[in-house]
Structure formats: structure tokens, C-alpha cells
Design a protein around this ligand. Sequence first.
Ligand code: ADP
Length: 254
Amino acid sequence: MDGEVILVAEGITKKFGGLVALNKVDVVIRKGERHVMIGPNGSGKTTFINVVTGVYQPDEGNIRLQDEEITRLPPHKITEKGIGRTFQNIRLFGSMTVWENIAVGMHCRTQSGLIEVLLRLGREREERKIIEKKIREISYFLGLDKVLNQNVRSLPYGKQRIVEIGRAMATDPKMLILDEPAAGMNSQEVVELATIIKKISQLGITVLLIEHNMEFVKDIADRITVLDAGQKIAEGNFEEIQSHPKVVEAYLGT
Ligand code: ADP
């Protein structure tokens, strides 16, 4: 497949005690693509994105973001390099507003620390203007502009997940990693999420996500990597994956 490569993960092995969660996994992700990682429960998907985002250190292998080695950098450095992420379970500040939660994502891009971004706004007028403009842009883009001043906890679940995407976008990512973004959403919310993810990739942001909902995967995936028991068993577009014997076997257990 043509196109500029943005992320290369080579020979990634991650063990937890005697358990090999990832076994020499290679993944190449191209700039601007929507790349979906699928596989049965326990196949190593979340471990893979935790290794890419610096939450776990791999036992073997290396990761390059646009030719720069990022293996073993701490998570905040990887965010600074341009990888933003959301988590499987929502990790927002429920009693804070949507505005404040998106602002939290910005502190890695401003001179101020997190607390300053939230408390000292108004003193640093120039910085405040930049932050406000950015939050307005992100909220319009994601359809959150009408709820900016609401507490996150008061929003429907699907909207809370979009706020998480907003917070990750505030880090100015080249690549956005979403861990099961459609989990727990109703069908209308899933349709809206698909539209948002397509709009994000139209901005030139590469998207890597883990997903179980195959209708959703079919709708959005340019390319799919399939893991099973810590190994990559297939890679391709939806049609190629769907008929791949190893994938059929992994899912049906035959
Ligand atoms: P998936 O996301 O595909 O469901 P995971 O990456 O969460 O799979 O898990 C892969 C394997 O690694 C599983 O057997 C899981 O129990 C194990 N695992 C994941 N994280 C840890 C951890 N922090 N400590 C021990 N084992 C873990």
C-alpha cells in the first residue's frame, strides 16, 4: 500500500510474568489512514497501544514516529511528540465542565502547567486567548459547543466519549489512538462517532483504534490489523480480513 508511513512498530514483545501478551508484533501505519486493531478478548490490543503510548515498556522491539525513535519514552513525552489517546473506560473529570476537560488536554502544548491552565487563565492574556480559540474550534468541530459549560457528568454517555476525544485533540496530535470508542454507545451515537472519526482523518490526523463493533469497523477502517493470542495473524482491508482463514478460525474457534 502506498503513502507516507507515520508509525512503525517492529518486533514488539511484551510479557507479564510468564504470559506473553505481545509476541514480535510488527505494525506499520500510514499517514492519514484510519487503522483498526481487532482480535478476540485478551489478544493484546490494549497492551499494544499501551506500549505505543509509553504506559508499558516493551521487552523487545522498537517504535518510530515519523522516523524518530519513541520507544521507552514516558507517556507525557509521547503526547508531546504527537500521539494523543483516549482510554477504554472514560477518564474525565466528571465534576468539571466540558471546557475545563478540553483545557486539560492543552497543558502539554502551553508554557503553563496544568493547574495554571485551569486557574491562572486571565492573567496571561495572550495565552488565554489562544487557549479559548482552540477550545472553541475543537468544540464546534466535535459538536460540543452547546454543552461547553455543562458538567461532564450531566451529559449522555456518548457525548462524554466525544469530550474525551476533544481532550485528546487539544494535545494537537498527529496521530489519535482511541481504545474502543464505540463501546457503550447506542446506534445513533455510533453513527455520529463514525462521522467524527472520518472528519478527524480529513484533517490529516492519523487514527488508530481498537474496536469490536464490526459494522462500525467496516464503515470506517482503511486498514485492519488482527491480533490473536499476542500475535499478528492478518492485516488488510475489511474484505481481505473477513475472508482470511486465520481470522475466521480465531473468531469462531474452529
Ligand atoms: P485485549 O485488549 O486484546 O483484550 P489485553 O492487551 O488487555 O488484550 O491483554 C492481553 C493479555 O495480557 C491478557 O491475557 C491480559 O490478561 C494480560 N494483561 C494485560 N495487562 C496486564 C497487566 N497489567 N498485568 C498482567 N497481565 C496483563
